[in-house]
Design a protein around this ligand. Structure first.
Ligand code: F6P
Length: 541
């Protein structure tokens, strides 16, 4: 089916006009002062995720126009096609069915094969977790991109659910400095390597797998079949590599959407089959919300529409993600791939250039660490960068701590939450020149004019943010949170009329790398530009 591109919709022009007349001068402080209901009207509970959208530079008219735009671009039909398994990844002629991986058994056409693969993977995970029988103490997961970022992020986030005494390690970079320090601490007899690659052709993963195999053999390891397994769609290549135990999946699972498939094996090993199923169930609850909630109360839709408003009308080029939970510190890296590899495109589905911005830069760091690094720029820099705060109401520190320590940590959690609230408040409120002038700043230079100091100490304010709140960080709530982001990326991609599910942009660098690799040995610089030739010579000297 052919869908209208956002810029072909009358709502797009109306949004442009509304931005000029009202949107550009929108002030959050005035909006709150004029509307006592603003928080109630702009916050909502989705499965496991409460969202406060009220500190965004948006009003009801802009949102109504954005909803018109969504309907005009066929968002609802596009969404139905996604769930129905239509080949929405047009350039590769593939369906995109990560949602089928978390559907309850028997509820769709893919159920039998999905459940069979899931059961086999979970049974193996439980076998590994039974350390008396498996003898495994360390699991080394080798993969990159979607075959690394999701599992690594989730395993870290669910640490308090993980089996003690079973260590999970993640190796991704082709740089040997990634795997080298790890190999120092491993013993072949107690180590399991999981080689994760959808294609089983990825240079980095195969290089690290070969290094692991060399280490295993050189360290006296025997029985490769017991100590190496693969998760892949290319079981033939895995077999050629010498791996006999392979967990397969399907080309309709995109790499960056694959943590729900057998690529999630390290998650299942870390937290067990029941928690893995809870992760899937949490994601499914968000799928249901996305599939059925009316657009105006549909959280992935609302977030995606605000993203469009910011990117295409306000012209904001980046978004910062600040999870106020140390367990979620890898979430920004995971979201970078999810969002930027999906929507970093400049042609539409038909291959025509787009005339508007697509993926923003997504970046961030766990709070409160980010506050002591780049928040200065968020508060006083020249660019407006919407910030996404993620807070978790109740902490979980594991059962290994004595009550007085837990009490201290609970106090730290209150501090963490207060910091999170304070940052979004400060971004919005700002500080006027007159206010700053009236303050005594103990560290201000006595030789500088008070007016100049006050200008340095003023904050523009009106800087937008969204706050997402989870009751607790559990497998189910994390599943819902990740699915929320997946669907939000789908919404923006659908309106931009791009294919969010291919990644041709990574091909050129891969091809040039293959051509440069032998030149590092031979020094052959023929046909190279002078910069690349000069650097090649320098690296060989
Ligand atoms: O970076 C390109 C990419 O193809 C990603 O989309 C993918 O997640 C990653 O490489 C790893 O691919 P594979 O799982 O096939 O090794």
């Amino acid at each position: 089916m052919h869908y209208k591109r956002c810029d072909a919709s009358a709502a797009w022009s109306a949004l442009g006009e509304y931005y000029q007349s009202q949107g550009a001068s929108f002030d959050l402080r005035t909006a709150f002062a004029q509307d006592a209901q603003r928080f109630e009207d702009w916050s909502m509970q989705a499965p496991a995720v409460f969202a406060d959208l009220s500190k965004n530079r948006i009003d009801k008219t802009a949102m109504e126009l954005l909803l018109l735009l969504a309907r005009d671009c066929g968002l609802e039909s596009q969404r139905s096609e996604l769930f129905a398994g239509a080949p929405v990844n047009l350039t590769e002629g593939r369906a995109v069915l990560h949602t089928a991986l978390r559907s309850p058994p028997g509820t769709d056409a893919w159920s039998d094969e999905v459940q069979a693969a899931l059961d086999t993977m979970l049974a193996f995970a439980e076998h590994v977790r039974d350390q008396a029988k498996s003898g495994i103490c360390d699991v080394v997961h080798i993969g990159i991109g979607g075959s690394d970022l999701g599992p690594a992020m989730v395993v870290q986030a669910l640490q308090s659910f993980a089996k003690p005494g079973l260590k999970l390690h993640f190796v991704s970079n082709v740089d040997g400095h990634d795997i080298a320090p790890l190999l120092r601490d491993l013993a072949p007899a107690t180590t399991l390597f999981v080689v994760a690659s959808k294609t089983f052709t990825t240079q980095e993963t195969l290089a690290n797998a070969l290094a692991a195999k060399a280490w295993f053999q050189a360290s006296g390891g025997s029985d490769i079949a017991r100590h190496f397994v693969a998760t892949t769609t290319n079981t033939t290549a895995a077999a050629q590599f010498g791996i006999t135990r392979t967990f397969g999946f399907w080309d309709w699972v995109g790499g960056r959407y694959s943590l729900w498939s057998v690529i999630g094996l390290p998650i299942a090993i870390a937290v067990g089959a029941d928690h893995f199923r809870a992760l899937l169930a949490g994601a499914h609850a968000m799928d249901q919300h996305f599939a059925h909630a009316p657009l105006e109360r549909n959280l992935p839709v609302l977030l995606g529409l605000i993203d469009i408003w910011y990117r295409n009308f306000h012209g904001f080029t980046s978004r910062s993600v600040a999870p106020y939970h140390q367990g979620l510190r890898r979430l920004p890296a995971y979201l970078q791939q999810l969002e930027m590899e999906s929507n970093g495109k400049s042609v539409d589905r038909d291959g025509n250039p787009v005339a508007y911005g697509t993926s923003p830069v997504v970046w961030g760091e766990a709070g409160t660490n980010g506050q002591h690094a780049y928040f200065q720029m968020l508060h006083q820099g020249t660019d407006v960068i919407p910030v996404e705060f993620i807070a978790v109401q109740k902490p979980h520190y594991g059962g290994h701590l004595k009550p007085p320590v837990v009490e201290r940590l609970k106090d730290q959690h209150r501090k963490l939450l207060a910091n999170c609230l304070a940052q979004s408040q400060a971004l919005m409120q700002g500080k006027r020149f007159e206010e700053a002038l009236g303050e005594q700043a103990p560290t201000a230079s006595p030789t500088m004019a008070p007016e100049a100091i006050a200008r340095h100490r003023s904050f523009p304010g009106n800087r937008p943010s969204t706050t997402l709140v989870l009751d607790e960080l559990t497998p189910a709530s994390l599943g819902a949170l990740i699915a929320l982001y997946e669907h939000r990326v789908f919404v923006t991609g659908a309106l931009w009329g791009i294919n969010s599910f291919d990644q041709w942009g990574v091909e050129l660098g891969k091809a040039l790398c293959s051509s440069l690799l032998p030149r590092l040995d031979t020094g052959d610089a023929s046909g190279l530009d002078s910069s690349t030739a000069g650097l090649l010579a320098h690296l060989r000297s």
